[in-house]
Design a binder for this molecule. Structure first.
Ligand code: 5GP
Ligand code: MN
Length: 335
């Protein structure tokens, strides 16, 4: 962490009157965890500033415990309230994304036209530095929550990190590292986790609240996808999953129901790359995952209008589900 970045962060925060914390579209454990950890951290500091959290869309049920007080406003359902917050903001803190387009076009336009100081704290590759006044960007960090915790420690020491802040940091770290499994995990990641345990975080409880949130319908949808909507392309060491809009509706799919399923495809012996193709109204949304030897962010960026991390990326295809899958197969065969 650069001392100059921390001083600049502290100066901006201490002079703020209206701080708005923002994160990316399709909330995950790291975006909600970092948003709520920072929210309570700033509240604990007893700043004079008003602090709000505005996300583009609602969070899936498995992470809602992190916002039990319903602090987060979302642009999809509360557009007027979010617009008013953004207009009033003199400081915007953007967490877990590297380019304003990741909040969706309409909300991005409001952020772009805001005169507030913009701080980015993020771990994605290739950030758009020009959009922010202060960029704290460390792609080698496992999660925004890990990075945010380093920022908190460097700025204020341990004193404002209590169990409430800690549980939310732990949530982001545990979800973005596949429960401390991915190669983004360092010795330091475990040290920070240990520090959180000292702060009173009950790790078993965080896991239970987050990962034991299944409904019968969700498990049935997931079994259906695994049994009927999977193809294994052995020669390409690739497995794919797909879901039509019709099946999603038939199983009454809720947000978050297919979370992590692409990793199940990746867990097949001999498979090094997996993708999940989800049909939406006018396009196909794709999640890519890979084992250490292969990168998927390049394919996502080059052929599917997306990007991400080396081993976890996403993108979209403007066309039919079948076409998106055959395009992926074609690209792999060519490579
Ligand atoms: P997921 O498959 O969970 O939706 O996304 C995995 C990762 O890929 C995310 O953490 C994010 O970094 C990245 N990602 C997903 N969709 C996009 C996209 O449309 N554009 C870019 N640049 N990255 C994406
Ligand atoms: Mn993240």
């Amino acid at each position: 962490m650069l001392q100059a970045q921390i001083s600049s962060f502290s100066t901006i925060i201490s002079g703020a009157k209206n701080i708005v914390i923002v994160s990316h579209k399709s909330p995950d454990g790291d975006s909600v965890g970092s948003s709520m950890a920072l929210y309570y951290f700033l509240i604990n500091q007893g700043l004079a500033a008003e602090v709000s959290v505005c996300h583009p869309d609602p969070a899936p049920s498995f992470i809602r415990w992190a916002d039990a007080e319903n602090v987060i406003l979302n642009f999809e359902e509360q557009q007027e309230a979010v617009s008013a917050k953004i207009k009033a903001a003199d400081v915007l803190i953007c967490l877990d994304f590297n380019d304003l387009s990741r909040v969706g076009d309409a909300m991005a336009a409001e952020l772009l036209s805001s005169g507030a100081k913009k701080i980015m704290i993020d771990h994605h590759l290739k950030p758009s530095f020009d959009q922010f006044d202060l960029s704290i960007s460390f792609p080698e960090k496992s999660s925004t929550c890990e990075l945010l915790m380093e920022v908190m420690l460097a700025a204020e020491g341990e004193k404002f990190i209590d169990a409430i802040v800690g549980e939310r940091l732990y949530l982001g770290i545990v979800t973005d590292t596949g429960s401390f499994r991915f190669n983004s995990v360092r010795k330091r990641t475990h040290e920070l986790a240990a520090m959180l345990i000292d702060k009173g975080v009950n790790h078993t409880q965080v896991h239970e609240r987050t990962f034991d949130d299944n409904t019968l319908e969700r498990l049935q949808l997931r079994s259906y996808i695994l049994s009927s909507c999977m193809e294994v392309w052995g020669e390409l060491k690739t497995a794919i999953l797909f879901l039509t809009l019709e099946d999603a509706n038939r199983f009454k799919m809720q947000k978050g129901d297919t979370e992590g399923l692409v990793n199940v495809a990746l867990s097949i012996k001999g498979i090094e790359r997996a993708a999940f193709f989800k049909e939406e109204k006018d396009h196909v949304r794709i999640s890519f995952r890979s084992k250490e030897s292969i990168a998927v962010n390049e394919i996502a960026a080059q052929y599917f209008n997306g990007g991400g991390h080396r081993q976890a990326a996403g993108g979209r295809f403007d066309g039919a589900l079948k076409e998106s899958i055959s395009e992926f197969k074609r690209v792999l065969n060519e490579a």
